[in-house]
Design a protein around this ligand. Structure first.
Ligand SMILES: [Fe+2]
Ligand SMILES: [Fe+2]
Length: 256
């Protein structure tokens, strides 16, 4: 499906880089009855002015709070990766499209506040889409949005698992704000130290590997674990939900 972006098994954390396009992967419906066309597309939510306002607002609020970038770059990247994770692991076009839409919208709750932004985001999205999207499509999108943060949720479906893996893989220096204080803030330092991030999905081996290249002059690998241990555990559970194994590879060494 061309409407949800390129299908590449290797996903680069930097949105501006050209994707690696592999040979087409045949559709393999994962569950009977899950085929069909989704009643919402990425293009439709991208074109919605109110949802665009929410994403822009979320980025402004997180910037004011000193968090990394949470705007259109992050939204589009998570959308694309979630779609690819599901397709590469044999899920249907419909499920992949729902994961793509949920990935695009997962952080809109930050437009209100950081706390419980998964749940508030789901309510915001419900208000915008409830009259336009079939209930059977809308509910999994809302559940994926509501459960994407490790403090407040966990993988509750394949769509939700793909959004989690896509979101947590976006650790990269391009997310650090210009105003970020790399010397003082461990999150900024770790993000800035990540020179490359790839989420590699192997549909045959059923592995989802987060491959990071970290500049250890800026941040030690231990610092990464210090702040991302909870995220990695969430990724492990999400991969299991997708009948796959999560691998964390830092500077060529498999750590988890
Ligand atoms: Fe979030
Ligand atoms: Fe996010």
């Amino acid at each position: 499906m061309s409407t949800t972006g390129p299908v590449d098994p290797v996903v680069d954390g930097a949105a501006e880089r050209a994707p690696v396009v592999p040979p087409p992967h045949p559709a393999q419906p994962h569950e009977p009855g899950e085929e069909g066309v989704a009643s919402i597309t990425l293009e439709q939510v991208q074109a919605d002015e109110r949802l665009s306002l929410y994403i822009a607002s979320a980025d402004r609020v997180t910037e004011a709070m000193g968090y990394t970038e949470h705007g259109f770059r992050h939204a589009n990247l998570v959308a694309r990766i979630a779609y690819q994770v599901l397709r590469r692991l044999g899920y249907s076009e419909r499920e992949a499209t729902l994961g793509c839409v949920a990935g695009y919208l997962h952080d809109v709750g930050n437009a209100l506040a950081r706390d419980a932004h998964g749940q508030t985001g789901a309510i915001l999205v419900h208000q915008v889409l409830r009259d336009r999207v079939e209930g059977r499509d809308l509910m999994p999108i809302l559940a994926a949005i509501a459960n994407h943060e490790e403090a407040e949720g966990t993988a509750v479906s394949a769509i939700s698992a793909a959004v989690i893996l896509a979101d947590k893989s976006d650790v990269h220096r391009s997310r650090v704000r210009r105003s970020g204080r790399v010397e003082h803030d461990i999150h900024d330092r770790v993000n800035y130290a990540v020179q490359q991030s790839f989420l590699r999905v192997d549909g045959e081996a059923r592995t989802v590997s987060l491959e990071l290249t970290i500049d250890t002059e800026i941040s030690q690998v231990m610092e990464y674990f210090e702040i991302f241990l909870g995220r990695m555990q969430m990724c492990r559970f999400a991969a299991e939900m997708l009948d796959s194994r999560f691998r964390l590879v830092i500077n060529g060494a498999e750590l988890a």
